[in-house]
Design a protein around this ligand. Structure first.
Ligand code: ZN
Length: 371
């Protein structure tokens, strides 16, 4: 059933070959974005409940936290800020880690989107992606992408410090809107920018043209981890799941069908199964064009969706003999071919921590230490 899917990185000749992994890892990644301060109570309940279920089922999650959204919550008031940071800490206590994610250029003080007086005079024609991170930073704002990603990384580390969460030693990034540029030159520029901002891993690769039948996120298990230009390691998603669906049987069937695409995961072959969730899906109703955003306001219904998701992926882990981990776990599962980001760079550990399980990460400096 598996077919070798080529992502843009490979199509453009920017892949330098497979990234070998010795074990079988399950990376459950959650795009953590689109939250609005006014729906914070329900959102916070869901965070706490997700952390409880993760701990009970011994699943680790990698949260790709949209810096702009988190800052908007923190700027919305003292109580909101305190409660949100405490809920982040619950995830950390449960063995999950936060990685940065970003969709557009924003004001680091408020999280508000930075607007431009006018759209670019000569926009790129036939842009293949949703116009999100790359388009906004590079084409709309004319920023040096490496500088902007450095700002994102620093902002993210400050958020983790304020929450008392650990900072991953091997920084991973996911481009908002899966937008790392459209052309080969764009993607080269993206990889260079990641490296110069100190990122070791990317998890954004997709293929085709957005909003056409050719569009596809990620790759198949066994082909989705590869080295790229500038020693950036691509660990592409395998499967975008919808944690906002109800209906036990149908949902289980859908998930099994999705898993069936990844033929090699059933054979015991080594590799990294990367699943993508969107936390905000917990609060939506319906799918596709019929989707009603944030229409679910019943905490019990949200809790059931979380419970069902954790139960299913816990079963998958047992059935397929996968180890639930984070991007940190890759280090122990591979002959790591690159040097860590420079020691002494903000938030980077000294490499002496334990490896293997997961918490090979330094604690973030507290806000008081930073000031
Ligand atoms: Zn996103």
């Amino acid at each position: 059933m598996s077919r070798v899917a080529r992502t843009d990185f490979e199509e453009y000749g920017l892949s330098r070959g497979p990234f070998p992994v010795s074990g079988r890892l399950l990376l459950l990644t959650v795009d953590f974005e689109a939250f609005a301060p006014e729906m914070l109570p329900l959102w916070l309940d869901a965070m706490h409940y997700w952390a409880t279920c993760a701990a009970q089922s011994r699943l680790h999650f990698c949260f790709f936290l949209a810096a702009e959204d988190a800052i908007r919550v923190l700027a919305s008031g003292k109580k909101a800020s305190r409660d949100f940071l405490a809920a982040m800490r619950r995830f950390d206590d449960a063995g999950s880690l936060f990685y940065p994610h970003n969709h557009f250029v924003f004001d680091p003080a408020t999280g508000g989107k930075r607007l431009v007086a006018q759209e670019p005079a000569n926009p790129p024609s036939n842009y293949r992606k949703r116009k999100s991170l790359f388009y906004d930073a590079v084409y709309r704002h004319g920023l040096d992408l490496g500088d902007w990603l450095t700002t994102i990384r620093t902002t993210h580390q400050m958020l983790l410090a304020d929450a008392g969460c650990r900072i991953p030693r091997w920084p991973a990034f996911r481009a908002g809107g899966w937008d790392y540029g459209s052309t080969r030159q764009d993607v080269e520029r993206y990889l260079d920018a990641l490296r110069s901002a100190g990122f070791a891993i990317d998890s954004s690769a997709c293929a085709g043209v957005f909003e056409t039948a050719t569009w596809r996120v990620g790759s198949v298990f066994g082909s989705n981890a590869f080295m790229c230009r500038r020693d950036v390691i691509e660990v592409a998603p395998c499967w975008v799941d919808d944690c906002g669906l109800d209906g036990q049987r149908l949902l289980t069937l859908r998930r099994l069908m999705a898993l069936r695409r990844h033929g090699r995961v059933w054979t015991g072959a080594p590799g990294v199964l990367v699943v993508v969730f969107h936390f905000d899906h917990l609060f939506h109703l319906g799918t596709g064009g019929a989707r009603r955003y944030f229409a679910v306001t019943d905490a019990a219904r949200v809790a059931e969706r979380i419970r069902r998701t954790c139960r299913f992926f816990s079963a998958v882990r047992h059935l397929l003999r996968l180890e639930s981990g984070t991007f940190e776990s890759l280090r122990a599962r591979s002959a790591w071919p690159m040097t860590p980001p420079a020691p002494g760079a903000p938030g980077v550990g000294d490499g002496s921590g334990p490896v293997g399980g997961d918490p090979a990460i330094q604690p973030a400096r507290s806000a008081a230490e930073r000031r």
